[in-house]
Design a protein around this ligand. Structure first.
Ligand SMILES: N[C@H](CCC[C@H](N)C(=O)O)C(=O)O
Length: 260
């Protein structure tokens, strides 16, 4: 199997061109093995690029634990760059993922990905919960670089209310009104990753600085910088949400699936 390795602000993925369907039967165990950093290739997630009528392609995303996951924002940006590199050339990409259709463009060498609209943010204790394609818990922290994200994130992720379905946990420091630092404990990886696209999107919506209208937020993660642009309506709903940042091919290789 020929595979490609991409990263988007340090959130890294194995990508396989599955047009033709040769790799549709990979098992949970095999995908987990591919994502293992010691026994496999190593990645936070695995993606298949499938053919899909009416769209430029379909994105099928799996977490590093081998289970099919919900939407992945950095993965979505990487698969657009991958589609481009595999010869699918569009001005605006239109693809389908588990949470519905997405548009994306390549601008100044970076990928801008349109995320699904968000209807509501739920208050939970002093924190917030929302779904930006994946479920996210957002907690404010005055000094995120000092925080033990693995320990604190894991505590929330496995707490009674979230243990069964899991949740991604984001710790957010407001550096400036329009600049946030975000660190994320990811479900399915069950560890901190260097960046989480749906997570920084969630953080940007929770910490809007314009109550009504256009917002543009700069986000700093361990793996680099992202921006999130969106509109917040007077009724508290969010639309036209765009996540933008780099998506880089790292290497390609081949691996025998019989060895998995
Ligand atoms: N890394 C991803 C999130 C993956 C989602 C996954 N961890 C889950 O919710 O199960 C991102 O960039 O949005």
């Amino acid at each position: 199997m020929t595979f490609y390795k991409y990263q988007g602000t340090g959130n890294d993925f194995i990508l396989v061109d599955n047009r033709g369907g040769a790799y549709s039967e990979l098992t949970e165990e095999q995908i987990k093995h591919l994502c293992d950093r010691r026994f496999g290739i190593g990645a936070d997630g695995f993606m298949l690029l499938n053919e899909q009528e009416g769209y430029d392609f379909e994105m099928v995303y799996f977490n590093a634990d081998g289970r099919e996951g919900s939407m992945c924002g950095n993965g979505g940006r990487c698969i657009v760059q991958f589609a481009h590199d595999q010869g699918i050339r569009k001005t605006t990409y239109h693809f389908i993922a588990t949470d519905g259709p997405h548009d994306a463009t390549i601008e100044d060498g970076e990928i801008a990905l349109k995320m699904k609209d968000v209807d509501s943010i739920r208050e939970y204790k002093t924190d917030s919960i929302l779904n930006t394609g994946s479920p996210h818990y957002v907690q404010l922290d005055p000094d995120v670089m000092q925080l033990d994200v693995f320990k604190e994130g894991k505590k929330i992720r496995y707490s009674k209310d979230f243990a069964e379905d899991g949740i991604n946990v984001n710790f957010v420091q407001v550096k400036e009104p329009d600049t946030l630092i975000v660190r994320t404990y990811e479900r399915g990886v069950e560890n901190e990753t260097y960046s989480c696209g749906t997570g920084v999107t969630a953080a940007a919506l929770v910490f809007h600085h314009n109550d009504n209208g256009f917002n543009a937020v700069n986000i700093e993660t361990l793996g680099g910088k992202l921006t999130v642009r969106y509109r917040r309506e007077p009724d508290g709903t969010f639309n036209n949400i765009w996540l933008k940042g780099p998506a880089i091919k790292v290497f390609e290789g081949s691996i025998s699936t019989e060895a998995l």
